[in-house]
Design a protein around this ligand. Sequence first.
Ligand code: GLN
Length: 482
Amino acid sequence: MELYRLTIDEARLAIEKGEISSLELTNAVYERIGHVEGRVGAYVFLNKDIALREAEEAAGRQNKGLSLSGIPLAVKDNICTEGVRTTCSSKILENFIPPYESTVTGRLRESGYVLTGKTNLDEFAMGSSTENSAYGTTKNPWDMERVPGGSSGGSAAAVAADECIAALGSDTGGSIRQPAAFCGVVGLKPTYGRVPRYGLVAFASSLDQIGPITKNVKDAAILMNVIAGHDPCDSTSANIPVPDFTRSVGHDIRGMKVGIPKEYFIEGIDREVEESVQKAIINLESLGARAVEISMPHTGYAVAAYYILATSEASSNLARYDGVRYGLRVDGKDLIDMYMKTREQGFGAEVKRRIILGTYALSSGYYDAYYKKAQQVRTLVRQDFENAFETVDAIITPTTPTPAFKIGEKIKDPLQMYLTDIFTISVNLAGIPALSVPCGFTSQGLPVGLQIIGKPFDEETILKVAHAYEQNSGWHKRKPEL
Ligand code: GLN
């Protein structure tokens, strides 16, 4: 058995039973990285020396009941890791070594994980393909000419290529679910407030959430058990009880009612994606779920509202990179010149575009026309979900309208790129949880993702539906040939 293929669930059982050691597992993962990383490019930083030492130490504390003891996991490079460079795939943070640990990685640490390295993303999580990274584009392990999706493309590719056992990503408008769909793995965006964001580099604070990217649904539940729960360092984290998410797996879904929103099966959706999703719905019905058509009339306005709100918040959040506090500084003839040179040289094109767009939307005279209007649309989008959830337990849609696209195909046309998140963005606007689970392959062998959307703080139901579907379909067992 190739150890790098293991899931968290399998690996920890094997370690507990003494069949393998954490060091063997970690070594196997680095061997795999050595073999494929040159082609995939999932990581911006490899933590090998420290990881091997930590894996060795983990052996000493075996059987202490730590849920991730000695398990090698990757972390998206916009999540701060104390003493480990965190770049956000940007030039402006090229040499940033956080003096503190994010809450989520702190919790992984307490659970005994081994950090394999930091994964590539679109600069500051702005993008859908990892092409906006200052450190090169990650390749899709299923087809090296295609993008892995984004912004958490490095994490999704690393999981798909078995370059880690599982990973963390972040999702502002789809950045966990879209790359998970493109790479044929599981990605969960939790409810806004479920997982603390202390130490996540802020992009759009009213939308950002951290979540797991894993090889199967149970592993997503295992990671949620570790990272979810209130944190006094994050005022937006919810102070409500956290269930044992692993209890949601292994149940039947008979009698459950799932809604199929007609607005998600639009013109322009890839025929094979639609077919895979329709088959998945039939599969769910065969498991005893009842599928009903629903309507979410404001879906069509979500992308426009998102790009006003997300860029507005980004323009404010990114004001801190000014060459004074931390990160890159390019000297100038006076203070203003220093600011301008630092930001001109430190930010990439997409980040600049968003700062300009957001600053414009927030300017006096335009604020009411753009920002305020977008907030009103956001309320309508949220109400669509509230109305739907009065009659259904979960909502089923495609995760993306197309499978992974070719590198370079959309990078010159920002609007085309923005539209790739058309099915994921509403969920962030509404603050609710959603998950992408593999639901088939196109004739070209590209993975397709099924999105399962839940009520606020009801990750359990979507994990339950996803697990039942996964076990009955088995798509998660397919692996790319590398
Ligand atoms: N692709 C979307 C954007 O560029 C979403 C990114 C994300 O979720 N971080 O804003």
